[in-house]
Design a protein around this ligand. Structure first.
Ligand code: ADP
Ligand code: MG
Length: 318
């Protein structure tokens, strides 16, 4: 039981090895970590919190929880064209949790920190009478002037998305006991942060973000930040073969969330260079629509009918 160990032993045993000798982390034994900024670089910072029962189902393997936590945070760095550098972990742990949980969790985290070249430089470890809750703050380096915001889209820009949409959402339905393939479940539990693609396109796009809450809702954020509207074609939303097998529609895919794909806008004359950058990164990208004067997102079917759903994505507070 975690409650039988003090937090200093927990930190030394399970978290300090993830600091990998980074000098500024002081082996997680000081009050703070020290980061020397690199000249010409901007430090990109993002944080994400996941709560058991809200963001992951109780009983999810602890290693998968660790990977989901790392990857949803890294997806934000990918969207801003940043290279992962370091992370801080806030672990809010139920005292009664089995010690084996933390072993499997730190193992999964170590695998992803190695895979994505992250170093753990700090955090906090506390107990709770409530559900398990984890926050990861990730830091990455990007080139000054090559950090796409949500606000830069221009009227007439193409709207692009990476990978396939809906797999994560369909994987969640499978995890809840519905039908769905092992591929979809894996896409839900272990999303792939599009780091290479994000870095390759950062200087080519006018706006970018990652899709976490639903494609249509998230595109709405780019629209609002850029003072524009968008039109997308339902038939052009990229769907995986496994997703198509579920019988869910493209419009449903665009509202489900958990995609962790990149959504971005660019001038139409950038199409060839974007496609080449995507090919080099090993990720498909698909043009799904364009930015227009106005407000909000309209989703159109092949006949030009408006098929925009009422509920466009996931919200915590409604
Ligand atoms: P303080 O009391 O000064 O806030 P703590 O005792 O909470 O410091 O933490 C000691 C050290 O361990 C700090 O360097 C902190 O960043 C690190 N740390 C604590 N919890 C975690 C964690 N879950 N992951 C990574 N580092 C941690
Ligand atoms: Mg202190």
């Amino acid at each position: 039981m975690i409650g039988q160990t003090d937090e200093f032993s927990l930190i030394a045993r399970y978290f300090a090895p993830l600091s990998k000798g980074y000098a500024g982390a002081l082996a997680l034994t000081d009050d703070a970590a020290f980061v020397m900024p690199e000249p010409g670089k901007v430090l990109v910072v993002s944080t994400d919190t996941i709560v058991e029962g809200v963001h992951f189902l109780p009983g999810t393997p602890a290693g998968s929880v660790a990977m989901k936590l790392a990857r949803v945070s890294l997806s934000d760095l990918a969207a801003k064209g940043a290279k992962p550098f370091a992370a801080l972990l806030n672990a809010v742990l139920p005292r009664a949790r089995d010690a084996a949980w933390i072993v499997a969790f730190s193992d999964g985290l170590k695998q992803d920190f190695d895979r994505f070249e992250l170093t753990l430089i700090g955090g906090d470890t506390v107990s709770t009478p409530g559900p398990l809750c984890l926050s990861l703050t990730v830091l990455g380096w990007a080139d000054v002037g090559r950090t796409p915001h949500r606000s830069g889209a221009k009227s007439g820009d193409d709207v692009w998305v990476s990978g396939a949409i809906g797999d994560g959402g369909a994987g969640l339905l499978a995890a809840r006991g519905g039908s769905g393939s092992a591929y979809l479940l894996d896409r839900y539990r272990h999303p792939q942060p599009r780091l290479a693609l994000g870095a390759a396109i950062a200087g080519l796009v006018t706006a970018a973000m990652d899709v976490s809450d639903g494609l249509i809702q998230d595109l709405g954020h780019i629209c609002k930040a850029s003072g524009l509207g968008a039109e997308i074609a339902a038939g052009s939303i990229p769907l995986s073969p496994d997703f198509k097998q579920t019988g869910l529609s493209a419009v449903e895919a665009a509202t489900m969330g958990d995609d962790y794909e990149l959504l971005f806008t660019a001038a139409p004359d950038r199409a060839d260079v974007l496609l080449a950058a995507a090919a080099r990164s090993g990720v498909d990208i698909t043009r799904i629509g364009r930015m227009i004067d106005g407000a909000g997102v309209r989703c159109l079917d092949a006949l030009g009918n408006d098929v925009t759903p009422v509920r466009t994505g996931w919200r915590h507070f409604d």
